[in-house]
Design a protein around this ligand. Structure first.
Ligand code: TYD
Ligand code: MG
Length: 452
C-alpha cells in the first residue's frame, strides 16, 4: 500500500513540518512533533464550525441521583493478587492496557485469564500476531478448553470494534494494538496515529456495549515505544508487566487505575503450565543465598506486600579512566546518587572503582528504603567484610548521609521475623526492640561493616 504523505505537527505551537525533527524550530520545544495525516488536519478545521452548530444542551443530574456502576460485576481473573491489583477484578465496560516487553508472557497471562473467565462468561481472544494454530497450542498447554472461549485472528480495528459493539462477549482480548490498522488511515500499523485511532475506536465500542476489553501493548526495553504511551491517557487501567524475560520473577503493577489503587503488585513465575502467582516470594528469593561480602538482605515492599530480597554489590578497580557503574533491578541514577553520598559523607574512595549492583530474582525495586541496603552492600564489598547473617536492612539515605524513615516498617519487620532474622538495621525513628537504630550513614558503616 502506498504511504500517504503525512505531516508532523508540533503539539506545543502547531507548526507543521514535512519530516520529523527532535526539536520544533519555531517554539523550541523538544520531542513535540507528532505524525498526522493531512486530511485529518483539514477535517479538523471544518469540523469545528460544523460542531458549533450541532451541539445540544447537556442533560445533567444531581450527584445524589447518579447510579453507581455495578461493583459486583467484576470478572475474577483466577489470580487473587492480580484481582487486588485491578481493584477487585476486571470491571465490565472497562478498557485495560497490558504493557510489557515482547516475550515477557503477556499472551500467556491473558490466555490463562480467558480460560478462567470463560468458565462462567463469554470470552473472545483476538490475535493479530499469532495464527490460530499457535494460539491453540498455547491454549492446550494452559488447559483452556471452555466452549465459551472463542478465537479470532484479525488486524482490522474496524472489524474488531464492530464485533465488540455487538455485545456478545463479556471480555475481549486484543493482542496486540501494534498490529492493528484502521482502514481509513494510510499510515503503517504501530505508528502513533494508527495506535491512537484504533485505541479510540475500540474504547468507544467497549463503553457502548459494556464489554471489558484488555489491549496488549509492546514496550521496548527502555519503555520508549510511543504507541502504548499515547494509549495510557485513553484507557481506564494501565498494567505494567515487568521483570526478567528469562526466568526470575515478573511483576504486574497498575500504574494507572480508575477503579482502584496503584499501590498493589502481583508477582508471577513462568513454568511449564504458564504463569503462577508466587505465594512466598521472600523464601524463594533467599533460598540460594550465600552470605558473602557485598550481600545484604533488604526488607522491601512490593506494592503493600513485604518482601525480603538480596542486594549484591561487586566493587573492582577500574581498568580504564572512567569508572563503570551498573545497576540491575534498581535505578542507575539513584545508584550514582548513593555513590556520591558515600564518597562525600563517609570518605569511602570509589572514584577509581567499578561498581555493580544487582537485585537478585529479577525484581525491580521502586522503594526508597532500598538506599541503606545498597550503601551497605557497596561498603561491605569495598571492605571485604560481611554483615551478620541475622540482619535485615532498610531505610532511605538523604544527601547529607542521614538515614530517614521508611513506609510500613511494621510489615517489613514482621516479614523479617517470619523468615528467622533477629535484627533490623533501620532508621532510629522506628520504636521497636527488633530494630538496631541508626541515624547516620558514616556511623553505620563504621559500626557494622568496617568493625574489626
Ligand atoms: P508470551 O506470552 O508469548 O509473551 P508475550 O505475549 O509477552 O510476547 O510468552 C513468553 C514466553 O513464555 C515464551 O518465550 C515461552 C514461555 N512460556 C513458558 O515458559 N511456559 C508456558 O506455559 C508458555 C505458554 C510460555
Ligand atoms: Mg504475545
Amino acid at each position: 500500500m502506498a504511504k500517504s504523505h503525512s505531516q508532523f505537527v508540533c503539539q506545543q505551537c502547531g507548526a507543521i513540518y514535512t519530516s520529523w525533527n527532535g526539536r520544533c524550530s519555531k517554539c523550541g520545544a523538544w520531542n513535540s512533533l507528532i505524525e498526522q495525516v493531512p486530511e485529518d488536519a483539514r477535517d479538523e478545521k471544518s469540523a469545528v464550525s460544523r460542531g458549533q452548530a450541532s451541539g445540544k444542551l447537556l442533560k445533567y443530574a444531581s450527584i445524589n441521583d447518579l447510579e453507581v456502576s455495578n461493583e459486583k460485576e467484576r470478572l475474577k481473573t483466577g489470580f487473587p493478587d492480580l484481582d487486588t491489583v485491578l481493584g477487585g477484578g476486571i470491571l465490565l465496560g472497562s478498557v485495560s492496557l497490558l504493557a510489557g516487553q515482547p516475550g515477557i508472557g503477556k499472551s500467556t497471562l491473558l490466555m490463562q485469564i480467558c480460560a478462567k473467565i470463560a468458565e462462567t462468561r463469554t470470552v473472545l481472544y483476538i490475535s493479530g500476531e499469532e495464527s490460530a494454530g499457535q494460539v491453540k497450542l498455547r491454549a492446550v498447554r494452559l488447559g483452556a478448553k471452555s466452549d465459551n472461549l472463542k478465537f479470532a485472528s484479525s488486524t482490522s480495528a474496524n472489524d474488531i470494534a464492530k464485533t465488540i459493539e455487538g455485545g456478545e462477549f463479556d471480555l475481549v482480548i486484543v493482542d496486540s494494538i501494534q498490529t492493528l490498522t484502521l482502514a481509513e488511515i494510510a499510515s503503517a500499523p504501530g505508528g502513533i496515529s494508527q495506535v491512537t485511532n484504533c485505541g479510540n475506536l475500540i474504547i468507544r465500542a467497549a463503553k457502548t456495549s459494556g464489554t471489558a476489553v484488555i489491549i496488549v501493548g509492546h514496550v521496548t526495553k527502555e519503555g520508549t515505544l510511543a504507541g502504548p504511551k499515547v494509549l495510557e491517557h485513553l484507557v481506564d487501567v494501565v498494567l505494567n508487566f515487568e521483570g526478567d524475560r528469562y526466568g526470575g520473577f515478573k511483576t504486574v503493577r497498575a500504574v494507572k487505575n480508575r477503579f482502584g489503587s496503584t499501590t498493589e503488585a502481583a508477582i508471577f513465575e513462568m513454568n511449564q503450565q504458564g504463569l503462577s502467582e508466587v505465594k512466598n516470594p521472600s523464601a524463594a528469593l533467599l533460598a540460594e543465598r550465600q552470605n558473602t561480602d557485598g550481600s545484604i538482605i533488604l526488607a522491601t515492599l512490593e506494592g503493600t506486600r513485604p518482601i525480603l530480597v538480596e542486594i549484591q554489590a561487586l566493587v573492582t578497580p577500574s581498568n580504564f579512566g572512567y569508572p563503570k557503574r551498573t545497576a540491575s533491578g534498581c535505578d542507575l541514577n539513584r545508584l550514582n546518587l548513593l555513590i556520591a553520598v558515600l564518597e562525600r559523607r563517609t570518605k569511602l574512595k570509589l572514584s577509581d572503582q567499578d561498581i555493580f549492583v544487582n537485585v537478585v530474582g529479577g525484581l525491580k525495586l521502586q522503594d526508597s528504603a532500598a538506599d541503606l541496603a545498597i550503601c551497605l552492600a557497596i561498603a561491605s564489598a569495598v571492605a571485604g567484610r560481611k554483615l551478620s547473617e541475622e540482619y535485615v536492612v532498610f531505610g532511605e539515605v538523604g544527601l547529607g548521609g542521614e538515614i530517614r524513615s521508611a513506609f510500613r516498617p511494621d510489615q517489613r519487620i514482621s516479614e523479617a521475623k517470619k523468615l528467622g532474622f533477629t535484627r533490623a538495621i533501620a532508621p532510629a525513628t522506628i520504636k521497636d526492640k527488633f530494630v538496631i537504630p541508626v541515624r547516620d550513614l558514616r556511623d553505620t558503616l563504621i559500626k557494622y561493616v568496617n568493625e574489626k
